[in-house]
Ligand binder design. Structure first.
Ligand code: AAL
Length: 391
């Protein structure tokens, strides 16, 4: 029998050696889990572990990561009373020696009444967190401290596209010009406002001034099509010399349909965009986040759907498969994607970006905040394939 002291000493010893054991474990593969599929009969679970995933452990998969979050400096939220919100950041781009991000900004006299009480909303009372919003932008030298620059795309006068709210934007750089795609609300969210299409504004500089194209560029699908109710979260990248714009659709609360992601392709930023015949191309996910990775496209598929909380990969940007399963993924992530617009044939991945926390402190008052995420989804520069592609 061990004495109490001996037992405590043993526990302390084990606890102290744990970090070392864990560290070793990530280097040496566990002896009972061979890297190659063993030549013996396997259970269904073990068979799947070798057949369905690139590697038998998540941390050996290059599209596996965990996410670290950091509070941003430079944004004021009016004591988080629900009158100021910032959400749905765009991709981050680097221009003129600094980082730029665009996002949904709401600054209303009162907090939102909530989607269920949308009938009480009016010209000054917002229904949802993203009602009565504009698109604002901020710049930063280090990605942690941001300087808010003010409005990029205001709400246009009624009845133009987006007169009720312009939200959930993303940026494209194409032939030296800049394009912001966004949801154009024509009615308060909670009524039929969320059934909105996508509009676009363009500028010669990321500092604007932005000119509204004034026309819908990605229209809702015809009645009965999967995307008839909404075109949300537009997210453009350049691939094969064309604009690949991914988007989300959902059925405004209809429980028979889940949120999925589609793809529309154009040769001109102002359209016409052709929706891919295989749409939807991702069967899950909420806000849309993708980036060029190796010869294909990787996607962060966050909440909603059978394949939520996965990182997926499509060699052709269309036929996605689960690459890795992870946790605590960045919500509405807008990563810094160095090769988003370079028409790369070999994407090198991402290491950070902005995401939002919505709601940040509970549902009333509803406030969303921007935050920074860091991750490890980037290829190493000494990767032989990277070298072969001139990195
Ligand atoms: C989001 C996005 C879209 C929705 C709403 C605001 O985070 O999916 O933008 O319309 O919520």
């Amino acid at each position: 029998m061990k004495s109490k002291k001996q037992t405590i000493a043993l526990v302390v010893l084990i606890a102290l050696s744990l970090p070392a054991a864990v560290a070793q474990d990530t280097e040496a593969f566990p002896f009972w889990l061979p890297k190659e599929k063993p030549d013996r009969e396997l259970s269904a679970a073990m068979n799947r572990n070798y057949e369905a995933y690139d590697a038998p452990r998540p941390e050996d998969n290059e599209l596996y990561t965990q996410f670290r979050y950091t509070e941003l400096k430079g944004f004021d939220y009016n004591n988080y009373d629900g009158t100021i919100t910032r959400r749905d950041p765009s991709k981050v781009i680097y221009e003129n020696g600094k980082y730029y991000v665009w996002y949904t900004y709401r600054n209303t006299k009162v907090k939102p009444v909530g989607l269920r009480r949308a009938a009480e909303a009016n010209d000054t009372i917002p229904s949802s967190d993203w009602d009565l919003s504009e698109i604002w932008y901020a710049t930063s030298e280090d990605g942690f401290t941001w300087e808010e620059q003010g409005v990029a795309v205001p709400r246009p006068p009624k009845p133009e596209v987006g007169w009720r709210s312009v939200t959930t934007t993303d940026i494209l750089k194409w032939k030296g010009k800049y394009y912001l795609y966004y949801q154009g609300f024509m009615e308060a969210s909670g009524l039929r406002g969320d059934d909105c299409p996508v509009a676009v504004s363009y500028a010669d500089s990321p500092d604007g001034p932005w000119t509204a194209h004034g026309e819908i560029v990605i229209p809702n699908g015809a009645p009965g099509e999967w995307d008839q109710y909404s075109i949300h979260d537009p997210y453009p990248i350049v691939r094969d010399g064309k604009i690949y714009l991914y988007y989300k659709s959902d059925a405004d609360g209809d429980p028979r349909l889940v949120r999925m992601q589609g793809l529309a392709i154009a040769e001109d930023p102002l359209g016409p965009f052709t929706k891919h015949p295989l749409n939807p191309v991702i069967n899950s996910g909420h806000e849309t986040t993708l980036f060029p990775f190796r010869e294909g496209v990787a996607a962060l598929v966050i909440k909603d759907g059978n394949e939520h909380f996965t990182i997926q990969y499509a060699p052709d940007g269309v036929n996605f498969e689960i690459a890795a399963i992870t946790e605590l993924m960045p919500i509405a992530a807008g990563p810094y994607v160095p090769d988003a617009f370079t028409n790369t044939d070999y994407g090198k991945g991402i290491t950070w970006g902005l995401s939002h926390l919505a709601p940040a402190f509970g549902w009333d008052p509803l406030v969303s905040i921007l935050m920074r995420f860091d991750c490890d989804l980037s290829l190493e520069v000494d990767d032989p394939e990277m070298k072969a592609h001139g990195y």
